[in-house]
Design a protein around this ligand. Structure first.
Ligand code: ADP
Ligand code: MG
Length: 682
């Protein structure tokens, strides 16, 4: 890195200790940092025609004062002034906060230029800047920077201009020539200069392209290098499974595999017999049949004499998986056991002992699996279901049990491509993109709460046909803070409504395990026809005879969650229905309901979800590991992201990348990030 650029910003005129401290608060310490302090938006002072302006846009317009201003004061400092302006053929209300002194300058019939936010509905503009006379500004397009404390925009612009004048020539190209030419990117100096001093918005677009690519490439190189290093330096076990047995196992399944399932099984088996350690993400929409894929691969590992583990996020799911795997595995003499926190005392001791002696082939469980006391004799294959619900640390602990087990992460929340590339970029990805034959699409309706009567009638009709229904509520019991439905109340009112005709069960996370198990079993055996529940049944629960999913206060759930809940029905051959009872207040809420009624495809739902929420929020909690970029936007720039990923993957496989001087700078970056030592990124 060029030394001049690594100097402190204090070498600039006007920056002393105090200003330097303020800048440090923005992570600006060196000249380089300052030059890379990109504007977060631009002020566009070019005059606009109100006919082309959208609601909420920031605009500059010129007009004539049409009325005397009227001023209202609130206390000493606050005031609000309104004045009518004639702009083109529109009469517009200008609103000016806290600048009472402008009142005397505003004269009827004089020309003014105002900049501010446009309110289309009220034909009003909230003014942030007002100039008297015509728009005669020097620059019509200016960068706007993040500031801190007493830093002013004017000074920030000055510092950056000064830094450029003094050190612009020291800015070196970071990208290899070949790529710059291939994508016709402006060189680094030129691009930086344009970001800070553009003439028109189109200039910014060109310069931005370069930084978007640069950021993505640098990030993807880390991911891809990490992947390569992990593959080469942590060899896995070569699992020489018995192909004939695996084939027989597949033949004896009650259904033929879908094309997608076959492809994915092949991908996984190929990893297992390779000397690489598998680190693979398996994505598939709800109901696409991930469980049998898991079972086949677990079985393959068992045929090598090793053990397998399946970790799931909830007890209900663990129990269900254990039960269905037992059924699949019994004829093959594979011993399958369940470990959750409710397995206690003597039973637990025995189970752990058998596991350590290798008498158990497959262990299914919750995070109880990763406790220290749990040790396997020969762990060869690990699966985590609904992997994004487990933290990075929990996944690591499980991976490190046993020698070097192959690891498969499964997720039923389809992850949008862009996020899969960034968050799981170091993994291989398999996708089941095909549903088993004969599945009907679930019909989804959005109903207002006053239609409850009709909804109940509809449920009743389905129950009379012998089907079953779920009714989901956001809360377990009444809350004085939230005005939403709770499972306990809904359970009692439905019990009353359906009395003597149908049985209504109640399920939520606070029931004791034994009771949960009992309720689930009764529902699965159709002794209960309606299950009122919280979202504990969200993932994985499989009762094919249930055809109705009613979700109360559906606007309170995210799209991914709604899609998961909907996935509890449509698992058998009968037509299924999902009814969303919702009174969304926000536009986003309404949009969600519409998306749900319009598509059944989890990948589409998740892409939309990403658009509505933004990448940082997609996985809910902030533990997601979604990287932040300065310039790039994963959602809108996803094409560039894919390009960068492909380029990075090719580069790390090429000899030139590791040797040629052209790539020196990119290699240094990897080194500085600790990637070459095999340290984990976060
Ligand atoms: P998910 O991917 O949501 O975990 P499951 O593995 O629970 O889905 O499968 C959903 C249902 O589809 C199960 O009842 C399963 O037995 C059935 N199923 C899976 N694969 C097939 C297939 N190839 N043909 C028919 N039914 C299948
Ligand atoms: Mg599943």
């Amino acid at each position: 890195m060029n030394k001049n650029l690594m100097q402190s910003v204090k070498v600039l005129k006007g920056i002393g200790d105090e200003t330097a401290d303020l800048l440090a608060g923005l992570n600006i310490v060196t000249i380089k940092d300052l030059l890379e302090h990109f504007p977060f938006r631009y002020e566009d002072y070019r005059l606009r025609d109100l006919a082309d302006v959208k609601h909420d846009e920031r605009i500059t317009v010129e007009g004539k004062v049409h009325s005397e201003p009227s001023l209202a004061r609130f206390g000493k400092k606050r005031s609000r002034m309104t004045v009518r302006l004639l702009i083109g053929r529109y009469l517009v209300q200008a609103i000016i906060f806290n600048q009472p002194y402008l009142k005397n300058k505003i004269t009827i019939n004089e020309t003014v230029t105002v900049t501010g936010k446009w309110d289309q509905h009220r034909m009003a503009i909230t003014v942030s800047e007002m100039h008297f006379g015509e728009n005669r500004r020097g620059k019509l397009f200016e960068p706007v920077y993040a500031l801190k404390g007493s830093l002013t925009m004017r000074n920030m612009r000055k510092y950056i201009a000064q830094a450029f004048a003094m050190y612009g020539d020291d800015i070196e190209e970071t990208l290899p020539d070949g790529l710059v030419r291939k994508y016709r990117l402006p060189n680094r100096r030129e691009a930086l200069e344009t970001m800070h001093f553009p003439e028109i918005p189109e200039d910014v677009q060109k310069a931005r392209r370069r930084f978007v690519y640069e950021e993505f490439l640098s990030f993807q190189l880390k991911m891809q290098a990490l992947r390569k290093i992990e593959r080469e330096q942590t060899p896995g076990i070569v699992q020489k499974y018995d192909l004939d047995k695996v084939k027989e196992f597949i033949d004896r399944l009650p259904f033929p595999l879908t094309g997608a399932q076959k492809r994915v099984v092949n991908e996984i088996l190929t990893d297992m017999k390779s000397p690489y350690r598998m680190n693979r993400l398996l994505q598939g929409d709800v109901g696409s049949g991930k469980t049998v894929v898991a079972a086949i691969c677990l079985y393959a590992s068992v045929t090598t004499g090793r053990q397998g583990a399946l970790m799931v996020p909830t007890e209900i799911l663990a129990e269900q998986h254990a039960a269905s795997l037992k059924e699949i595995f019994d004829p093959f003499h594979v011993r399958c056991a369940l470990l959750t926190s409710s397995v206690k005392g003597k039973a637990r001791k025995e189970l752990l002992a058998e596991l350590a002696e290798g008498k158990i082939d497959i262990l299914v469980g919750t995070h109880a699996l990763i406790q220290e006391e749990v040790s396997f004799a020969r762990l060869g294959f690990v699966i985590t279901d609904e992997q994004h619900r487990f933290g990075v640390e929990q996944r690591r602990i499980l991976r490190e049990k046993g020698e070097k087990p192959d690891v498969l992460f499964m997720t039923a929340t389809p992850i949008p491509r862009t996020l899969a590339i960034t968050v799981f970029g170091e993994m291989d990805v398999s996708v089941i993109d095909e549903m088993p034959a004969g599945r009907k699409t679930i019909e989804t309706y959005w109903a207002r709460e006053d239609m409850l009567e009709r909804v109940l009638g509809f449920i009743e009709k389905e129950l009379h046909k012998g089907r079953q229904a779920y009714v989901i509520c956001p809360l377990i019991e009444e809350s004085d803070k939230l005005d939403v439905q709770n499972a306990i109340d809904v359970h009692s009112s439905l019990t009353f409504y359906f009395q003597n005709r149908f049985k209504v069960g109640l399920m939520h996370g606070r029931l004791p395990s034994a009771e949960k198990e009992e309720v689930m079993r009764s529902f699965a055996e159709n002794q209960i026809q309606i299950l009122v529940s919280t979202t504990v049944v969200e993932v994985g629960v499989n009762v094919p005879n249930a055809t109705v999913m009613v979700i109360y206060d559906a606007e309170r759930f995210g799209l991914a969650q709604l899609h998961q809940l909907r996935g509890r029905v449509g698992r058998g051959s009968d037509q299924s229905y999902c009814i969303l009872l919702a009174e969304p207040k926000s536009e986003i809420g309404k949009e969600r309901m519409k998306i749900m009624t319009e598509t059944n495809d989890g990948f589409v739902v998740s892409e939309k979800d990403l658009e509505l929420r933004g990448p940082g929020d997609f996985f809910g909690k902030k533990q997601s590991g979604v990287p932040e970029f300065k310039v790039a936007d994963m959602v809108h720039d996803y094409r560039a992201l894919e390009t960068a990923r492909d380029d990075a993957a090719k580069l790390v496989q090429s000899r030139a990348f590791w040797e040629a001087p052209e790539y020196g700078r990119l290699r240094t970056e990897l080194e500085e990030a600790g990637v070459l030592k095999g340290e984990k990124l976060d």
